[in-house]
Ligand binder design. Structure first.
Ligand code: AMP
Ligand code: MG
Length: 349
C-alpha cells in the first residue's frame, strides 16, 4: 500500500479530501497531517486497534504514550477526569496552539493510546487543516510526530512520505509547518505544574500565567539516572544518520574549532556537514555548510532544525559539527532537541 497524498492549504481547504480522510480515521486507518508544530500521524484515539497501528507504523516503543488532539474545547471533559483550574487557565490562554497538557484520563481513552498510563496528553492545534480533519475523524485524534521512531520529526510532507509512505493510508500535504518543533508539554497530575518537554511556549511564559511551574528534573540533568517523566523523552530521538557533535564556546572559538575538526575529518576521508547560522556561515573554510537560520530571529532556527538534519542524511554526510543555540526564548526547546539528536555529544571549544 502506498499512501495517497493530497495537497491543500489552510486558505483553500479541500473539504472532500478532508471528509475522505475523516472516514479513513473513523474506520481505523491512519492519516498524516500538518499541524503548526510538526506533521502528525493520526489515528482514532478511542480505538485501541488504531493506536496499535500507529506504534507499528512508526516502530515506536509501546510505553511511549500518544498525544490526543481535539478541535473543540468542549471535548476536553469527555476524555479527562477532573481538569484543574490552572489547566483551564492555560487552555484559555494558549489553545488552540502548541501546548499539550497531561491530565487524568477518562475511561473512554484506551490504555493503548496512553501507553498504559492513567493520564492522557491533550492538545488543541491551531492549524486549520488539522482542526477540520480532527472534526471529520470523530473529534479525538491520537497523533505522534509522523516520522519513523528515532528520526528527525517531519516538517514537510516529503519527510512523511520518506519515512511512512508505505505504512499508512493517506498524507495531507499542507506545505511546510510554521514552528518546526513539537509542542510544550505541561503535566497537571501533580500539585505544581511541571514542564515535561520544552517547546515554543517557554517556562517563563507559563510562569507568567500560572505562577510556580517547574522543569522536569529528568530534562535538566542530562546523563544521570534521573528518568524524564514523559516516557518518550528517555529515548534517542531526532537523530541523523551521521555522527553529530555540538561545539560550544565563544563564537570565535567555536568557528576555529569547527574549522580545525573539519580539516582533520576531511583529511581522513569523512564527508563533513556544518550547522552554522546566517551570521557565521561565510566563516567556515571546508565542509558542507548549511545555515539553520538567524540568531536575530530564533524562530528561524527552530523552523529549520529537523530539515537541516534530514538534508545532511540525503547528502550522505557522515560527520556533523553544529554550533550551539542557547537563544533567549526558544533556546531551551532547540537545545533539548539538538542535544538528543547528538546523543549529548558536546565538544568545548
Ligand atoms: P510525540 O508524539 O512524538 O510528540 O511525543 C509525545 C510525547 O508526549 C512523548 O514524549 C510522550 O512520552 C509524552 N506523553 C504523552 N502522553 C503522556 C502522559 N500521559 N504522561 C507523560 N508524558 C506523556
Ligand atoms: Mg516524536
Amino acid at each position: 500500500m502506498r499512501a495517497e497524498v493530497v495537497a491543500m492549504d489552510a486558505e483553500h481547504l479541500d473539504m472532500e479530501a478532508i471528509r475522505k480522510a475523516g472516514d479513513i480515521l473513523k474506520s481505523g486507518g491512519l492519516v498524516a497531517f500538518p499541524t503548526e508544530t510538526v506533521y502528525g500521524l493520526g489515528g482514532n484515539a478511542l480505538d485501541p486497534e488504531a493506536s496499535r497501528k500507529i506504534y507499528a507504523a512508526k516502530g515506536r516503543p509501546s510505553d511511549n504514550p500518544l498525544i490526543v488532539h481535539i478541535a473543540d474545547i468542549d471535548k476536553l471533559d469527555e476524555i479527562t477526569s477532573g481538569v484543574p483550574e490552572k489547566a483551564r487557565i492555560l487552555a484559555e490562554k494558549y489553545w488552540p496552539g502548541p501546548l499539550t497538557m497531561i491530565l487524568n484520563k477518562a475511561d473512554i481513552v484506551p490504555k493503548e493510546t496512553t501507553g498504559g498510563l492513567e493520564s492522557v496528553a491533550v492538545r488543541f492545534p491551531s492549524d486549520r487543516i488539522a482542526q477540520e480533519l480532527i472534526r471529520a475523524g470523530g473529534g479525538f485524534v491520537a497523533a505522534p510526530s509522523a516520522n519513523t521512531s528515532g528520526r528527525p520529526s517531519p516538517t514537510m510532507s516529503e519527510h512523511v512520505e520518506e519515512d511512512l509512505g508505505d505504512a499508512i493510508d493517506m498524507i495531507i500535504d499542507g506545505g511546510q509547518v510554521g514552528i518546526g518543533l513539537e509542542s510544550t508539554i505541561v503535566d497537571f497530575t501533580e500539585e505544581i505544574p511541571v514542564v515535561l518537554r520544552p517547546g515554543y511556549i517557554s517556562l517563563e511564559m507559563l510562569q507568567e500565567t500560572l505562577g510556580e511551574v517547574r522543569m522536569d528534573k529528568g530534562l535538566l540533568i542530562t546523563d544521570s539516572k534521573v528518568r524524564p517523566k514523559a516516557p518518550g523523552m528517555k529515548y534517542r530521538h531526532y537523530a541523523p544518520r551521521a555522527d553529530l557533535s555540538i561545539v560550544e564556546g565563544s563564537e570565535e572559538d567555536v568557528i576555529a574549532m569547527i574549522n580545525r575538526l573539519t580539516e582533520e575529518a576531511e583529511a581522513k576521508g569523512e564527508k563533513v556537514g556544518i550547522i552554522a547560522t546566517d551570521e557565521t556561515e561565510s566563516l567556515y573554510v571546508g565542509g558542507d555548510v548549511r545555515s539553520i537560520g538567524s540568531r536575530e530571529e530564533e524562530e528561524t532556527i527552530a523552523h529549520h532544525l529537523y530539515e537541516v538534519l534530514r538534508d545532511f542524511d540525503s547528502d550522505d554526510v557522515n560527520v556533523i559539527y553544529s554550533e550551539a543555540f542557547y537563544t533567549p526564548r526558544m533556546g531551551q526547546a532547540i537545545m533539548n532537541r539538538l542535544l538528543k539528536a547528538a546523543g549529548h555529544k558536546i565538544i568545548k571549544a
